[in-house]
Write a protein that binds this ligand. Structure first.
Ligand code: FAD
Length: 397
C-alpha cells in the first residue's frame, strides 16, 4: 500500500480525483475533450506546476509531477495525460532550452490551461523518428515549415505546438533536427496560415483526447520561435529526446496509476461479491492473483520514482532509467488492469464499472511515446555497450 504523503500537490490532486472519476465515462462515451477538468487543473495550479516560479509556475520537481499524475490517473486517464503534457515533454523542453522570449511566451499559455502538443511522429517515421521529412527551411529571419505529422495528441485543441523538423539552411543543406514553437488559437484570433488539422483518428481508448494528423504548408515561423537545442541542430534530436524522457516517465506513471486504480477496484469487489456462499476474496486463487497485481504496481512505482529522481546534467530523467521504467510499467499495467477486469466477471466487461474503459485506455502505453520494443532496445544497448541506431536517441541516419 502507498503511504499518504503530505505533499501539497498530492493533496490538491486527491481533492480533484472524485469529480474526475465521476465524469470520466462522459469523455469516453461522447469522445469529448475534458474542458471542465482542465479548468479545475488550472484552479488547483497543477497545469504548469513544473514551470519555475519566476515564470508563474510552482517550480515543482518531476517527482512531484509523478506523484500527482498517479492520483489523477486512478480517476481519469485523459486528465492525467493533460497533467503530463502540461508539465513534462514540450513545455519542459522550452523551459530548459528556450530563450527568455520563448519561456515568457509559452509559460502563460500553459498556466492558463493549454496542454501543448508535441509533434514528432510522421506517417513514414514512427519508431524511426529521426527519419522525419518535415522540414524547416531558413528564409531570412524566418523558417518555412512543410510536412505532415500524425497521431498528435491534442491536435485541434492544443494552442501551443512543439514541432520537430529537419532544419535546412537557405542553400538547402541539412543542419539536423530542431524544435519549432507554433501558436495556433483561432478562438482567440491567432491563426497560423498553412497549418491544418487534416483528420482525427478513431481510437480504441482514451476517447476524449483528440489524436490528429497535422499538415504544414509553407507555415512561417519567426526565427525567435526556433528552439535551438544546447548542442545545436547537429545533435538536436538527442537533446530534444533527452527532454522527452520526462514525458516518458509521465506516460509510464499514467499506466501505473490506471493499474493502481484497477487494483483498488478489484480489492473492493473481491470483498463485495459473493459466490459459493462466501466473498470471492476468500478464494486463494484470487488472493494470489491480487498479490501479483499489487507487486507489479509497486515495482512499477519504484522504477518510476527512481527515474523521476535520477536526473542527468540537463535536469531531465536519465534515458535508461526512463526507458526501463516506462517499458516495465506500461506492460505490467496492461496485465494488472486485465486481471482486475477478470475479477469482476461479466460486470467487468460492462460499462457500469470503469474497468472496460481503463482496459482500453491503458492499452496505449506500450505504443505511444516510444514502443516497449524500442525502449527495450535502448536499455539493451546500454547494457551491452553498443550503439543501437534504430532507437530514438539521436543517432543520425
Ligand atoms: P512503427 O514504428 O511502425 O512500429 C510498428 C511495430 O514494429 C511496433 O510494434 C514497434 O515496436 C515495432 N518496431 C519498430 N522498429 C523496431 C525495432 N527496431 N525493433 C523491434 N521492434 C520494432 N507521436 C507524437 O509525435 N506526438 C504525440 O502526441 C503522439 N501521441 C500518440 C498518442 C497515441 C494514442 C498513440 C497510439 C501514438 C502517439 N504518437 C505520438 C505516436 C507514437 O509515438 C508512435 O505510434 C510510436 O512511436 C510508434 O510508431 P508507429 O506507430 O509508426 O509504429
Amino acid at each position: 500500500m502507498q503511504e499518504t504523503p503530505q505533499n501539497p500537490y498530492v493533496i490538491a490532486a486527491r481533492a480533484l480525483a472524485p469529480s474526475f472519476a465521476e465524469r470520466a465515462s462522459r469523455w469516453d462515451e461522447n469522445r469529448e475533450y475534458c474542458w471542465p477538468n482542465l479548468a479545475d487543473l488550472v484552479k488547483s495550479r497543477l497545469m504548469g506546476m513544473s514551470i519555475p516560479v519566476s515564470y508563474g509556475g510552482q517550480g515543482a520537481s518531476f517527482h512531484d509531477v509523478v506523484l500527482v499524475v498517479e492520483e489523477i490517473a486512478k480517476a481519469c486517464t485523459l486528465s492525467a495525460r493533460i497533467v503530463v503534457e502540461a508539465n513534462m515533454g514540450g513545455i519542459s523542453a522550452v523551459m530548459a532550452y528556450g530563450s527568455e522570449e520563448q519561456k515568457t511566451f509559452c509559460a502563460p499559455i500553459v498556466l492558463s490551461g493549454d496542454k501543448p502538443a508535441i509533434c514528432i511522429t510522421e506517417p513514414d517515421a514512427g519508431s524511426a523518428a529521426n527519419d522525419m521529412t518535415t522540414t524547416a527551411r531558413k528564409s531570412g529571419s524566418t523558417y518555412i515549415l512543410n510536412g505532415t505529422k500524425h497521431w498528435i495528441t491534442g491536435g485541434g485543441v492544443s494552442r501551443l505546438h512543439l514541432i520537430f523538423a529537419r532544419v535546412l539552411d537557405e542553400d538547402g543543406s541539412d543542419l539536423g533536427i530542431g524544435g519549432f514553437i507554433l501558436h495556433h488559437d483561432p478562438e482567440r484570433g491567432v491563426v497560423a496560415p498553412g497549418f491544418e488539422v487534416v483528420r482525427h483518428e478513431r481510437t480504441m481508448g482514451l476517447c476524449g483526447m483528440p489524436e490528429a494528423e497535422l499538415r504544414f504548408t509553407d507555415v512561417v515561423i519567426d526565427e525567435t520561435m526556433a528552439l535551438k537545442p544546447p548542442s545545436g541542430f547537429g545533435r538536436g534530436f538527442a537533446d530534444l529526446m533527452t527532454a522527452y524522457n520526462s514525458q516518458r516517465v509521465g506516460a509510464g506513471t499514467i499506466a501505473m496509476g490506471v493499474a493502481a486504480g484497477a487494483l483498488e477496484h478489484a480489492i473492493r469487489y473481491m470483498k463485495e461479491r459473493e459466490q459459493f456462499g462466501r466473498p470471492i476474496a476468500e478464494f486463494q486463487g484470487l488472493q494470489w492473483k491480487l498479490t501479483e497485481m499489487d507487486a507489479k504496481v509497486h515495482a512499477s512505482r519504484l522504477l518510476l520514482h527512481e527515474a523521476s529522481r535520477t536526473l542527468g546534467p540537463t535536469g531531465f530523467p536519465d534515458m535508461t532509467f526512463a526507458a526501463r521504467a516506462k517499458m516495465f510499467a506500461s506492460e505490467a499495467a496492461i496485465e494488472v488492469v486485465s486481471d482486475a477486469l477478470q475479477m469482476f466477471g461479466a460486470r467487468g466487461y460492462g460499462a457500469d464499472e470503469p474497468l472496460e474503459r481503463m482496459y482500453r485506455d491503458v492499452r496505449m502505453f506500450t505504443i505511444g511515446g516510444g514502443t516497449a520494443q524500442i525502449l527495450k532496445t535502448q536499455v539493451a544497448g546500454k547494457l551491452l555497450g553498443i550503439r543501437t541506431p534504430q532507437t530514438r536517441d539521436g543517432y543520425s541516419r
